[in-house]
Design a protein around this ligand. Structure first.
Ligand SMILES: O=C(O)CCC(=O)C(=O)O
Length: 256
């Protein structure tokens, strides 16, 4: 595991981690996306999030994988909670864009100490709508977002174009199993999927347990490693695996 991630992150507001997880776990995550879509007809593949994770042992197993927590620990320290997690999966040809934004503009967190690990569940390329970032914009303050109805998009909102210098944008090109980490103030987004391939990504928002989640009903608060801080956050119990209810996965017996 790379242990010098913080230098690039502090400079650029993001950093790439190659081969964050192995091919078997990637395959299970891909299977999970299709399982979720089958069990939630009517939910767009860009919108698999929030309460869907609350009672899903594989989802919590994935976000609490030790390799991912070891990465997160470099940014948030040893006491780690999950704040939110969202599969943003763009189907071939119809997958929607994510308009330019800073994550922190949306988040009820106090303080805004949080890091996103974006896990590539498929290859992520300019053609299929990989994430695009504007390096070093994490030094900027958070700007308000406005509703946008002129274009189909995952968030339905964006920051004002006045704050975005798209000529400086960089494509975050990842292989399935790689991850990128980004800062809550970093300006980023992604294009629609114009290819014949799926683009699957899982956002995982890790916080130190000193960060208060002000709207837990909208979050996925799980204690993943280390200690909770008394009086800060109420964590959900880990979901138990029930055959026939949940997707089976390697090691699911230990989650019963
Ligand atoms: O998945 C994407 O294309 C964008 C991800 C994003 O906006 C985020 O992680 O905040």
């Amino acid at each position: 595991m790379q242990d010098n991630l913080k230098t690039a992150y502090d400079r650029d507001g993001y950093v790439i981690v190659r081969k964050a997880i192995d091919v078997d776990l990637v395959a299970e995550a891909q299977q999970h996306v299709h399982w979720l879509l089958e069990h939630n007809p009517g939910v767009r593949p860009e919108q698999l999030h929030a309460h869907l994770a609350w009672n899903d042992p594989f989802w919590i197993r994935l976000v609490s994988d030790d390799r991912l927590l070891d990465v997160a620990q470099q940014f948030v320290g040893p006491d780690i909670a999950l704040f939110a997690t969202h599969y943003i999966c763009k189907p071939p040809r119809t997958g929607q864009a994510v308009l330019w934004h800073q994550d922190g503009s949306y988040w009820p967190l106090d303080p805004m100490e949080v890091v996103t690990l974006w896990l590539a569940v498929s290859d992520s390329t300019p053609e299929n709508g990989c994430m695009r970032v504007i390096p070093s914009t994490h030094h900027l303050t958070l700007e308000a977002v406005q509703q946008r109805t002129d274009v189909d998009s995952v968030l339905g909102s964006a920051m004002s174009d006045a704050h975005v210098d798209e000529s400086k944008a960089v494509d975050v090109i990842l292989k399935a199993g790689d991850a990128s980490i980004h800062h809550p103030n970093l300006i980023h987004g992604s294009e629609a999927n114009s290819s014949d391939q799926w683009r699957m990504g899982l956002t995982i928002r890790y916080v130190p347990t000193t960060t208060r989640m002000l709207k837990p009903e909208m979050a996925a608060p799980f204690l993943l490693r280390g200690k909770a801080v008394p009086g800060i956050n109420t964590y959900r119990p880990r979901p138990r695996y029930q055959p026939g209810v949940h997707m089976p996965f390697a090691g699911c017996e230990a989650w019963k």
